[in-house]
Ligand binder design. Structure first.
Ligand SMILES: [Ca+2]
Ligand SMILES: [Ca+2]
Ligand SMILES: [Ca+2]
Ligand SMILES: [Ca+2]
Length: 208
């Protein structure tokens, strides 16, 4: 055991230099209104969410929509957000797990969607949301299965997930996942304003 590494890690944890938390998904979270609330963030954070996406059914008499999982979080400052979803469920026969992700603000405006961003080269059809700057507020991230969002490639989608494909059939995705979300807070407006004042003063000095 390397005692130096252990003691450094202990110091880092004690100083609050890094935060990592795990959340286990709780059903029913199929709508924004019934989302699993993750946390309120005022500092950099990385959260791991463990969940399962369950298939709907397309029976002869009824269609039961596929599972949709919503998670919500609040940030108290402007922050840069990222998300990636991985599966540990191996391909089976012709089936390869195929996720879709969506990021929505509190007004229901779609900010980002992704189909096959495939972080880290895992299953080829898993998703990721590239760094996006968010103002302070509450946001919702949704996990669903192909092709609930009617996405054409990785273009920005226009529909909220309902567990149904464009043709009205249920998505039948069936996999366990690990959803990683990260938030890095950018300098608060007060700090930026202060920098601006100093910059202005410096500029005036240069011109004098
Ligand atoms: Ca679920
Ligand atoms: Ca669900
Ligand atoms: Ca996909
Ligand atoms: Ca749909």
């Amino acid at each position: 055991m390397n005692l130096k590494i252990v003691s450094c890690a202990a110091v880092a944890l004690a100083a609050g230099m890094a935060r990592a938390d795990v959340l286990i998904e709780t059903e029913g979270n199929n709508t924004m209104a019934t989302s699993n609330f993750v946390n309120t963030f005022s500092a950099n954070a990385s959260i791991l969410i463990d969940g399962t996406l369950s298939p709907g059914s397309n029976g002869p008499l009824a269609v039961i929509p596929g599972d949709v999982d919503w998670f919500s979080f609040t940030i108290t400052n402007t922050g840069v957000f990222v998300a990636s979803i991985f599966t540990l469920t191996p391909p089976s026969g012709n089936y390869i797990p195929d996720s879709q992700l969506i990021l929505v603000n509190a007004l229901g405006t779609i900010l980002a969607t992704n189909d096959d961003g495939n972080p880290g080269g895992g299953s080829q059809y898993m998703s990721s949301i590239a760094p996006i700057t968010l103002a302070a507020g509450t946001y919702y991230i949704g996990v669903t299965g192909y092709n609930d969002l009617n996405l054409s490639g990785n273009t920005l989608g226009t529909v909220l997930p309902d567990g149904l494909n464009a043709s009205g059939t249920a998505h039948t995705e069936n996999f366990d996942y690990k959803l990683i979300i990260g938030i890095n807070v950018v300098p608060a407006p007060a700090s930026a304003a202060l920098l601006g004042v100093f910059g202005l003063a410096a500029g005036r000095r240069r011109r004098a």
